[in-house]
Design a protein around this ligand. Sequence first.
Ligand code: F6R
Length: 624
Amino acid sequence: MCGIIGYIGEKKASDFLIEGLKRLEYRGYDSCGIATADSGKLSLRRVSGRVGFLEEAVEKKPINGAVGIAHTRWATHGIPSEDNAHPHTDCAGEIVLVHNGIIENYAELKEKLLVAGHKFKSETDTEVVIHLIEDKIKSSNPPFSTSEVENGGFESVFFAAFKKAIADIEGSFALAVIWSKCPDIILSARLHSPLVVGIGKDENFVASDVSAFLKFTRKVVFLEDGEIALVRKNSIEYFDFAGKAIEKNSVDIKWDSSMAEKGGYKHFMLKEIHEQAESVENTIRGRLLPLEKDILKKEIGLDFKDIKSLSHVQIVACGTAYHAGLVAKYIFENFKIPTYVDFASEFSDRSKIIDKNTFLIAISQSGETADTLCAVREAKESGAKVLAITNTVGSSLTREADYVFYTHCGPEIGVASTKAFLGQLSAIYVLAIHFAVMLNKISYIEAEKYVKELIKIPRFVKELLSRSDEIKKVADKYSDYEHFLFISRYVNFPIALEGALKIKEIAYVHAEGYAAGEMKHGPIAIIEKNMPVICIATNSKVIKLLAGNIEEAMARGAKIIAIVDEESKKHIKASEIIEVPKTLEMLSPLLNTIPLQIFAYYIALNKKCDIDKPRNLAKSVTVR
Ligand code: F6R
């Protein structure tokens, strides 16, 4: 996730663009840049680091022009650095582009563009797009002539080249491009990444979200996937990707600017909960099918020879990421790959049983958690190969690991981890399926069964999120309780732990997560009417056992809140039923987590807690 903005009007573009970037910084903040066009020339400033540095650079060396684009980056391909910061330019330094999203086929496009003589200056996936546009302009047929230029021919050439370039790219993108030869337009397009047009008086904007220009206009047009905007200072035309003109309606935005940054949600946490379909989709996209293609080799340099002598997988992580690790144990072991999971902070002694045949997976959203980094160092000293699952390009973990598998969730601002967790789970499914196939633990046919279902998950997540109000009603009813017990079994036992962690950290309510079968060995003693029990009871080979555990809790006066699906609900008696879409048991953690996040959120809201910044907590724990 990155933030893009474009301005075209009569005033100094850089003032609007820097102001807009400050509002977009929540979307990414590892590097940023700005470009404007003035008198047929481009000016460019880029910095590694936050928008404040860019502002200083532009103050020191101002850039003119009434048209420009800017970008704040959250790296996905290539470390955060000035060279990798957007905007990116073509070889001639005439066309300039900003991009939010991921170009999945960038490697093959780059190969062709290199052969065609293009010179690349960054490690990003984005840069191929600008060279592609340059290439299409060069090969435009018929080539543009002086008379065409006089008749405004550059615009039609630019538009045609842009259209052709986006037809060649796969993945997700929100793009804004300017060409110094036709400084009266910005071209912009959207596929699977947000893009909105702001309509001002004698000036117009494009941006990743309305917060970027809300100070200047509240009249906006939301682009849909597959749409292009050709933006002039006094008019905007809309097209589909085939170039057919389309009509779009504007809307007036009523949000204040802090609400706008949060996409209209009251808190980043709620916004991030609602971004989880994208977290799953972006993390699995292009990485699953067809399985025969050696995707892991291509993407992270890992192939069969790197894992063929693997004796077991060892996972280290902290907090929510540790819960993702616990789910991973069930997934890998379901595919007959022995797996151990440890809190990174408790790994010290375990590291004695690590050797060169151990494949260590470290999971960390930030990639900066001190305990996780220490565990990785110890494991490496013992000879283990290390794979990092992280959301943060260029983080310390990525530099220490042998292989890095990114979750593509965008920055997570709320301290409580939500969308990063779903990204971590998605990464684990992708890796486990590939490992199982490479190690001949499962057949392609069996792998495909998981792949086919995994692809449906983003749709199920959206469906579930659209019913958030039902979960809010349950939370409203239970907001005054002081204790909760979360239970489940098997692959959803870690989700019980995660549900309890969420409510503890953001609502400051005592909660315990327990393996349901363990209740009778102790915890059942504390069950009474003031201890609601939340049971994750979706379809499972252990559903009847779970139903029995629920009966035991009910018999002791507890209210039961059950997470069920259409299959399991016939087995379950409960005070409250929350139904989630039915999926394979192995994949169900991806869905079952969501009601628990929403439940915790609304309880915290009712208690007026500081949800995005809970007391005593920090987003990145860099001390041991
Ligand atoms: C809980 C939470 C923490 C983190 C933990 C690890 O909601 O956010 O428990 O999961 O501090 O952080 P990362 O994943 O950055 O290593």
